[in-house]
Ligand binder design. Sequence first.
Ligand code: SF4
Length: 73
Amino acid sequence: MYMKIEIDQENCIGCGSCSALAPETFAMNDDGKAEVKNQEGSSDEDTLEAAKSCPVSVIHLTNEEDKKIYPED
Ligand code: SF4
């Protein structure tokens, strides 16, 4: 499945959950914020789990039609 992964970095609290669950997709930067290191790094399943694990829901996933996959409205 194609997914575009975006992080609202300003509101990331640096918990590290996303990079722990999908380490090939997410990494923590020097400011202690998560960033996308590879859009196609981890499996879609792991990336979705990582997004769901974010305590502040700042990981946004969209499909090729620009439709939201997560979080749902
Ligand atoms: S799970 Fe959310 S709050 Fe935690 S590091 Fe990742 S983006 Fe930031």
